[in-house]
Design a protein around this ligand. Structure first.
Ligand code: VGL
Ligand code: ZN
Length: 198
């Protein structure tokens, strides 16, 4: 069975010094680069927001980062401005290998966030990644990157729901861990049949 590696959001803004720095975010670069050697299909995702994106606290007067708002598609955590299209913060970490087969950009619609590489946060608007994988006969996925409890977990849960076999390599992931979000994400992934490797 064909396998693919999906490298989630290894971008400057999620690394130390970035706008939404994930603790130890840059530590995934070396293991992810090494994993790329083992897969003949490598896909990278890139968080890619327009300025003023609705997931930014700055777009909601009176709200601070990490507070939440209700959106038509459910509760949305508000983030510091991050991964704005074309900025250095949205670029991949300089040491990350980016010679993969496909780069999926997500979160580019102003009114809706997209943690998962498969669907926007309404869980129904597709990015096209499912079709790409199916048309190439790839049903076995390994995930790594940032952040374990948001974009990696949402991607893993959608992939499992779509019937892909999913492994998350936790040694090549780092978490934001907002109020227990890491523990919740790990249990949800386990429950969904995701193979959590550490
Ligand atoms: C992410 C929060 C906002 C992620 C992206 O890559 O996990 N988290 N945008
Ligand atoms: Zn984002």
């Amino acid at each position: 069975m064909s396998q693919a590696l999906i490298v989630v959001d290894v971008q400057n803004d999620f690394c130390p010094g970035g706008a939404l720095a994930v603790p130890g975010g840059d530590e995934v670069v070396a293991p992810v680069n090494a994993m790329m050697e083992r897969f003949d299909t490598v896909i990278l995702t890139q968080d890619w927001h327009p300025a003023g994106h609705y997931s930014f606290a700055s777009a909601h007067p009176g709200k601070a980062p990490f507070e939440t708002v209700e959106m038509p598609y459910g509760t949305q955590v508000l983030w510091p401005d991050h991964c704005v299209q074309g900025t250095e913060g949205a670029a991949f970490h300089k040491d990350l290998r980016t010679d993969g087969d496909l780069i999926i950009r997500k979160g580019f619609r102003a009114g809706i966030d997209s943690y998962s590489g498969f669907f926007e946060n309404d869980r129904t608007t597709p990015t096209g990644l499912e079709g790409y994988l199916r048309s190439r006969g790839i049903m076995d996925l390994t995930l790594a990157g940032l952040a374990t409890d948001f974009c990696v977990a949402f991607t893993a849960l959608d992939a499992a729901r779509l019937g892909f076999a999913v492994t998350v390599d936790l040694a090549a992931c780092r978490a934001i861990d907002l109020e227990g979000s890491l523990q919740t994400a790990l249990s949800q992934m386990k429950e969904a049949g995701v193979d959590l490797q550490s």
